[in-house]
Design a protein around this ligand. Structure first.
Ligand SMILES: [Zn+2]
Length: 413
């Protein structure tokens, strides 16, 4: 009798463990639901110092959870361009300069294309967005949205963006994106700040906003990068249980620092314009981090595709000075907000490794590079069958009941 009572006690304790451990296992997910991947095109660490020197207060290096360093190069050059840089960050593949999300090897390229983080997010049912101060067909937004051989092929880039499944693509007006084609493809065509503000949750949109959206003081009808970023975040997160992936690019840090056409390295206007572009991007970073802090399940990664201008302090006054008119192979910073365990603080990594840090944090089992057949278009999975109101799935309860029955059989029989 005493023996049976002892066994019953053991059984009840086991039941408690099972019932208590089950919800804990559901809640023990420390991963992220959303990712905001921010790229300051051409932004080395000293570009932030230049902006501070020019009187701007810079937020992004103010106590991030982590600061690491990304090694940049392309498959065929020690110094990468923005197309190969975007491919490395989006697909985990080093390709040749000028190429966008295609393999560098010709034979492989004929049959296969590397999957981008945006496409993988779509396949997981997440909402997706691309926001830039560049043309929507620019190298960085295109590396995250299409697969083409040349960054100069704006027509193919735009056609692929329109036939893909990204929810929001916002940037500077691309002539190849005609309003009728955009609308036929199922996107709202946005031209002004008011159009953006009026956008409803669930609507797909293609923003074509006119030039100079990188500047700090804009005409009233133009949205800032910060506004585009904040609106995209708000639209992508509302009523969405599967999370979102958003790429945000400040393209004009590079555009103002890259003077390879006339070869001029350093002059006051260049320093002022680069500093302004850094501040514009930094405002968007702050908006993203503010959201992440409130949300609690959003990872924000801020990095660059390459450094531009070989910027470092020089001269009698140790002022930040450009020593190159073009891109360099210097390491660029990787700031992380919303995760303290993504890498060891201060770590140096290849630019191709960053996309797998995102994959891991989102709980994806896939690791990049991932090969798809040429022409593959990522589509969201079919909607799941409805589940019971907040209860655990029926399968779990049946399994639990089976364990209890088995335990009784073992105990008494
Ligand atoms: Zn670039």
């Amino acid at each position: 009798m005493k023996q049976n009572r002892r066994l019953l006690c053991v059984f009840l304790c086991l039941c408690c463990v099972v019932f208590c451990a089950a919800p804990a296992a559901f809640a023990a997910d420390s991963g992220a639901r959303n990712v905001i991947f921010m790229i300051g095109d051409g932004m080395g660490y000293n570009h932030l110092k230049l902006a501070e020197e020019q009187g701007y207060e810079i937020f992004m290096d103010n106590q991030p959870d982590l600061l690491g360093w990304s090694r940049t190069r392309s498959a065929n050059k020690e110094v990468t361009d923005s197309a190969a840089g975007a491919t490395a960050l989006a697909c985990g593949v080093r390709t040749n300069n000028k190429m966008l999300a295609v393999f560098p090897e010709e034979e492989k390229r004929a049959a296969l294309q590397p999957r981008s983080v945006t496409e993988n997010a779509i396949l997981h049912g997440m909402k997706t967005g691309i926001v830039t101060t560049d043309y929507t067909s620019g190298a960085t937004p295109s590396g995250f949205s299409v697969h083409v051989l040349s960054r100069d092929d704006a027509e193919s880039i735009t056609a692929q963006q329109l036939s893909g499944n990204i929810d929001l693509i916002l940037g500077k007006k691309e002539d190849a994106a005609e309003q009728s084609a955009v609308e036929e493809a199922g996107f709202r065509y946005l031209e002004t700040r008011a159009d953006l503000a009026a956008l409803q949750v669930g609507a797909r949109a293609f923003g074509q906003f006119g030039s100079s959206i990188w500047k700090l003081n804009l005409p009233a009808e133009k949205p800032s990068l910060e506004e585009m970023c904040a609106t995209a975040v708000s639209l992508l997160t509302t009523g969405n249980s599967k999370g979102f992936f958003l790429m945000v690019e400040g393209a004009h840090i590079d555009k103002n620092a890259d003077d390879s056409k006339n070869g001029l390295k350093d002059y006051p206007e260049k320093r002022a314009n680069v500093a302004e572009a850094v501040k514009t991007f930094d405002n968007a970073v702050r908006a993203a981090v503010d959201f992440a802090k409130k949300d609690g399940r959003t990872l924000v990664i801020i990095t660059a595709d390459h450094e531009t201008g070989n910027l470092y302090p020089d001269g009698a006054d140790s002022r930040m000075t450009f020593h190159s008119a073009s891109h360099t192979s210097a390491n660029v910073p990787v700031f992380v907000y919303g995760a303290q365990d993504l890498f060891e603080n201060g770590a140096e990594m290849d630019n191709t490794a960053i996309v797998n840090l995102i994959a891991e944090k989102l709980g994806w089992t896939e690791r990049f590079p991932i090969e798809d057949p040429v022409g593959f278009v990522a589509a969201p999975p079919a909607p799941e069958a409805p589940q019971t109101n907040g209860e655990k799935p029926v399968g779990f309860l049946l399994r639990l009941w089976q364990w209890i029955c088995d335990f009784f059989k073992w105990l008494f029989g």
